[in-house]
Design a binder for this molecule. Structure first.
Ligand code: MLT
Ligand code: ZN
Length: 500
């Protein structure tokens, strides 16, 4: 180990304490591999600061020595965004010790908390105060608020409540030189110039490390009604959504699309669970309504939506959850789709959004293109249809090893799906972010002006390219890697390619 590395590690220990600074390969392993075990990197050290002050000191020290820093929350990124590259030069800065809910202001309807609080703990704290923090994603027990912010997380209730950008009133973030930016004031109105917090939200730790936030709280719903519905096709699903919004307005909280192969996959991996309807249909939707009114009224609204859908031929069959246990069982089938794919060795991960008016046509066209390339692929298509967001994840046929399927089809299939989305004014990353998995694809879907502005902002806030280097930003054409990366980082040579 070089002298500088030893100095850096000694300096890190002095800041965070011995126990919170790991530097053996075995100790660091859980932090250098993502939870799906698809990205593998190396680190100089893994540190877990206990305060914003310590984060500031770690960053100042690393900047002084030109050492890259990879911020990490629950390490649940699907895009390889929280894992260091293979160089072994970076320090992983894990925020798990910064896990305090600092304040709940029930009058202001806000919650101030540190970045390392898990989403589950944040939701529980809000509920204890009689409020709802509405972000809902399958990994809530592991993912952390800082990660949710840095990827602008979405999930299953965006239709009603918005994503992290919509749910945040202020953040605190540490810059690479150790300065602390803070807007933790809980204001719903503040037109005093640029909204700087929005630069950090969704920037995947490439501009600063988010250490705290003020989040909006909502009233807890008093009634919830859930149905599992088989629909004729995705076009019928969109029409049903339009009817549901007309009938129930704001009460439409979630509207999730699930393809037959997606449900079959989950049922095969969870034999104790049964399908809500007899048989597996080609297309299904999970609808949730919620309100502050009475349960009977909401049940009647749901029934009206379903009856109308039946009469207009959109619905093939429907099951209404008769209890909270039923509702939870329906949701479990939806939330397990992601992990069920991981257990199968991973799928070709596309996370597209498209205007709702075009989404059914997109699904048909993208499916035809994928099946022309990989005729036996299982079409695991699901996601947040209410937001125009589909997870389009072709999976290996049974009997074909995952590695073989992915090596043969990953590039062509993802380019076909993402290319189609881009040509239809869609996005190639609706909610999962860019990380390393989609980084180089940005060249094809951002304009030269957008890319130049992204790099200008990056260079202004992180002139040494030390914060999460090699993530999000594709290199400008003709750029020498060494000119944009710090001497210690290795843009473009990072992890195992994205498979998941
Ligand atoms: C989901 O909606 O289940 C998540 O975005 C995770 C995934 O698609 O893998
Ligand atoms: Zn999702």
């Amino acid at each position: 180990m070089a002298d500088t590395d030893t100095n850096v590690i000694d300096g890190l220990r002095a800041i965070v304490g011995d126990k919170a600074c790991l530097d053996t390969a075995a100790d660091m392993q859980p932090f250098t591999t993502d939870y799906r075990r698809l990205y593998h990197g190396k680190a100089l050290a893994v540190v877990a600061p206990a305060s914003t002050q310590q984060v500031s000191e770690v960053l100042a020290l690393c900047t002084k020595h030109g050492v890259p820093v990879v911020p990490q929350g629950g390490n649940t990124s699907l895009m390889g965004g929280a894992v260091p590259d293979a160089s072994g030069n970076a320090v992983v800065l894990n925020l798990r010790r910064m896990n305090q809910v600092l304040e709940i202001d029930a009058v202001n309807d806000t919650m101030t908390l540190q970045a390392g609080v898990t989403l589950q703990a944040a939701r529980a704290a809000a509920e204890t105060a009689g409020r709802l923090f509405p972000l809902r994603i399958g990994s809530e027990g592991s993912c952390q608020i800082g990660g949710n912010l840095s990827t602008n997380a979405g999930g299953t209730a965006v239709l009603r409540y918005g994503n992290m950008r919509d749910l945040t009133l202020g953040i605190e973030a540490v810059l690479p030189d150790g300065r602390v930016y803070s807007s933790l004031r809980g204001l719903r109105k503040d037109n005093t110039g640029y909204d700087l917090k929005q630069l950090f939200i969704g920037s995947e730790g490439t501009l600063g490390i988010i250490t705290a936030a003020v989040l909006k709280l909502m009233p807890l719903p008093s009634a919830t009604a859930v149905a599992w519905v088989a629909v004729k096709d995705p076009h019928a699903a969109v029409q049903l959504l339009t009817q549901a919004k007309r009938t129930a307005g704001q009460a439409v909280t979630a509207f999730e699309l699930i393809s037959g192969p997606a449900l079959s996959l989950v049922l095969a991996s969870m034999p104790q669970q049964s399908a809500p309807l007899p048989g597996v249909h080609d297309w299904m939707v999970l609808i949730e309504l919620s309100s502050g009114g009475d349960a009977e009224g909401l049940d009647a609204t749901l029934m009206a939506i379903l009856e109308q859908g039946m009469e207009s031929g959109l619905i093939v069959d429907a099951a209404v959850a008769a209890s909270m246990a039923d509702a939870r069982a329906f949701w479990l089938l939806r939330e397990e789709i992601s992990d069920a794919q991981t257990r199968e060795g991973g799928s070709i991960k596309c996370d597209i959004s498209i205007p709702l008016s075009k989404i059914a046509g997109f699904i048909a066209e993208a499916s035809a293109q994928v099946l022309a390339l990989a005729p036996d692929a299982r079409m695991v298509i699901y996601g947040h249809m209410g937001d125009g967001n589909v997870h389009f994840n072709p999976l290996r046929p049974k009997g074909t090893p995952a590695a073989e399927f992915l090596a043969a089809h990953y590039t062509q299939v993802s380019q076909a799906v993402d290319g189609l989305a881009h040509r239809q004014n869609g996005s190639i990353s609706a909610e999962h972010g860019i990380g390393v998995a989609k980084r180089d694809d940005l060249v094809h879907c951002k304009t030269p002006v957008e890319l130049a502005l992204m790099w200008q902002i990056k260079r202004t806030l992180d002139p040494g390219n030390l914060l999460n280097p090699s993530k999000v930003l594709p290199l400008p054409a003709g750029t020498d890697h060494r000119a944009t990366a710090s001497s210690a980082s290795t843009i473009g040579t990072a992890q195992t390619p994205a498979r998941g």
